[in-house]
Ligand binder design. Structure first.
Ligand code: DAH
Length: 339
């Protein structure tokens, strides 16, 4: 076959090739080890010397033409294959998607946010305070000198640095806010983790959250404290909630109170949750002790303040009827997924 015929034939076959297998076969037929183009090129050695030059040049030209034609055909075939797969195997947008496992906030975080949102509406800002405290701020500046018996209620974890401990309550944060903002008026909540050296039971943990509240100003009164607590209890637990206060004792408040609300299960009639009393304790509170005000930099003759402290875990347990506080940090997804 002449080179010209070879070229014509190869081009024609390429033209009618429509898939990748056909293209491979074509390439093998013309450019394989025994391919016709390769053999035709080799033929140059068998020709009389005067024909070799022209033949060689023509053979090279054919080779180049066919190589280029092959590449064009390859691109065309690939393009077609892609188009076909797009139209035949197109995505069915009506199929349901694969479900993603979504994470969520821990119930403790949710409650902290809920509490923060309620107090934000009442004009309280959030103040974050340290979890590692010194004895001075956790106890002494809160009117609990080293000999004070009230310290027994707040045993904690001590570090190897003398006087440095994990805070037992959020109350030392009061000192930090006051010293930072004195003599400005203050209205803040201080949420955060607290630690106590205790036996872990259904009702007590060695780590738990507290939300402290503090308002300081020139005319802050017990009535303000009561109004704030009632507003909070009703937003958190329902508009119909009744709140009562009992007198109590904390070294850092004078007078001190404890706050109960009517039982959310029985409404006050007496049931298992409220241990037949009709009331649930929600927080400790009081008017900031003059010594504490002074330690914060405020003149107790001119300024007064109220403070409260609650345990959001306890509040959550009331709200969702959780009977074991250990669930909060047990990492049991069956528990956590309920919220
Ligand atoms: N710090 C107290 C505790 O850990 C709670 C508390 C009671 C905080 C009365 C207060 C308060 O600010 O006025 O038990």
């Amino acid at each position: 076959m002449s080179l010209a015929d070879l070229e014509k034939q190869a081009l024609a076959e390429l033209e009618s090739t429509s898939d990748e297998a056909g293209l491979r076969a074509w390439h093998n037929k013309y450019f394989g080890k025994q391919g016709e183009v390769i053999l035709a090129t080799k033929k140059v050695g068998t020709l009389p010397p005067e024909e070799r030059r022209a033949y060689g040049q023509e053979a090279n030209r054919v080779k180049e033409v066919l190589t280029a034609a092959h590449d064009t055909a390859e691109a065309r075939i690939k393009e077609r294959a892609l188009e076909q797969s797009l139209s035949s195997e197109g995505i069915d947008v009506t199929l349901p998607g694969r479900p993603l496992t979504r994470g969520g906030l821990h119930v403790a975080s949710r409650i902290l946010r809920e509490i923060a949102a309620i107090f934000a509406d009442l004009g309280f800002q959030i103040y974050r305070s340290r979890e590692v405290e010194d004895d001075l701020t956790n106890f002494e500046l809160l009117n609990m000198p080293p000999y004070h018996p009230a310290r027994d209620m707040w045993d904690t974890f001590h570090t190897t640095v003398p006087g440095v401990l994990l805070r037992t309550h959020t109350s030392p944060g009061q000192i930090h806010v006051m010293r930072e903002h004195c003599p400005e008026p203050i209205r803040v909540i201080l949420p955060g983790m607290c630690y106590r050296y205790e036996t872990i039971t259904m009702r007590s943990e060695i780590m738990f959250h507290q939300v402290e509240g503090l308002a300081v100003g020139e005319h802050v009164s017990m009535a303000d404290l009561k109004g704030t607590i009632v507003a909070f209890a009703r937003r958190m637990f329902g508009e119909e909630r009744q709140v009562r206060i009992r007198s109590s004792y904390f070294p850092f408040t004078e007078p001190s109170i404890e706050v109960d609300m009517d039982c959310i299960v029985c409404g006050g009639k007496g049931c298992g949750l409220c241990k037949r009393t009709g009331w649930l304790e929600i927080m400790g509170a009081g008017m900031v002790h003059p010594v504490v005000l002074k330690n914060g930099g405020y003149d107790p003759a001119k300024f007064s303040g109220f403070a409260f402290g609650m345990g959001p875990q306890r509040i959550t347990m009331l709200k969702y009827a959780i009977d074991d506080i250990r669930q909060f940090w047990a990492n049991d997804l069956r528990f956590l997924r309920q919220f």
